[in-house]
Design a protein around this ligand. Structure first.
Ligand code: 15L
Length: 280
């Protein structure tokens, strides 16, 4: 059985993924926060990936890395810099030094969020990040490309939409990603024999998708879910109108917001330290 490292394992996406992959792989799960075990076979290793020594510790002896860890919304540069720039570099570099061949990088729809909703985009479009967070995801994609070309790492970038059991609103009808479709796309990333450097969109088979996901389909992805089943209910409760920019672009509120509430706040001790630093 392959051993797979999941960073950011305490987060929403990590929790769905651990449940979906349980029994299929030996899961080494890591986070800055503590987490509840989903099954007894999971091995938890706490780590702060902004430290290279921690990144080296967790990437030892694994067959593949799924690097979910990081700052997951638009926010202050310091948090994004530590987690998504320094942390992401440490993870790629530590994986290389430990001889890990395969790296799954969950990037984001916000790497291309400034494409208008009227445009369908594929995996080869020029990047158009909608936020500092989006820029940090583009940085991870660029690192992936470098590590694939220079060091022969097999890198699989999933531009994730929004993972959840249901789409949350009108925008998410286009980018919804059900947990079972997430698991299917991840398993392709772990198992497909011909991954070199790939970009795929992490969404279900949504009728309202803004993406031409043919690269994922070429690799065998056959999504089982479609947000359309929820469309009538969501559209009926969503008020018409709204901010012009937010409504025009795929990234929605990320195109205008400076600080979106962080769904995965830092543990108290670490947050206090960061606050202290800022004041100086
Ligand atoms: C993301 O990239 C975020 O990680 C997630 O929290 C959601 O905000 C999602 O995008 C989205 O666009 O809905």
């Amino acid at each position: 059985m392959k051993t797979i490292l999941i960073t950011g394992a305490a987060g929403d996406v990590g929790t769905h993924l651990r449940r979906e992959l349980a029994g299929k792989y030996a899961l080494k799960v890591s986070d800055l926060r503590s987490l509840k075990k989903i099954n007894p076979e999971e091995q938890f290793v706490g780590a702060d990936i902004s430290k290279m020594s921690d990144a080296l510790k967790i990437t030892k002896g694994v067959d593949a890395v799924i690097h979910l860890g990081g700052y997951s919304v638009e926010g202050p540069w310091e948090g994004i810099l530590n987690a998504n720039i320094v942390g992401c570099y440490n993870m790629f570099e530590a994986a290389r030094r430990n001889g890990v061949k395969r790296f799954l990088f969950p990037t984001s729809n916000h790497a291309v969020g400034f494409y208008p909703r009227s445009t369908t985009i594929d995996d080869r479009v020029y990047i158009k990040p909608d936020s500092r967070y989006g820029v940090s995801k583009v940085f991870g994609e660029a690192l992936g490309s470098l590590y694939a070309d220079k060091y022969g790492m097999q890198v699989y970038c999933m531009r994730i939409g929004n993972v959840g059991t249901k789409p949350l609103d009108k925008r998410r009808l286009s980018i919804w990603f059900s947990p079972r479709d997430l698991a299917q796309l991840v398993i392709i990333g772990i198992e497909h024999p011909d991954i070199r450097f790939e970009i795929v969109y992490g969404i279900s088979g949504n009728k309202r998708a803004w993406y031409d996901n043919s690269n994922a389909f070429r690799l065998g992805y056959k999504p089982k879910d479609d947000s359309e089943a929820y469309a009538a209910e969501i559209l009926a409760r969503e008020p018409a109108g709204g901010d012009v920019i937010t409504e025009k672009y795929q990234g929605g509120a990320f195109c205008v917001a400076e600080d979106i509430p962080n769904p995965a706040p830092l543990p108290e001790k670490r947050a206090a330290k960061t606050k202290g630093k800022k004041k100086k």
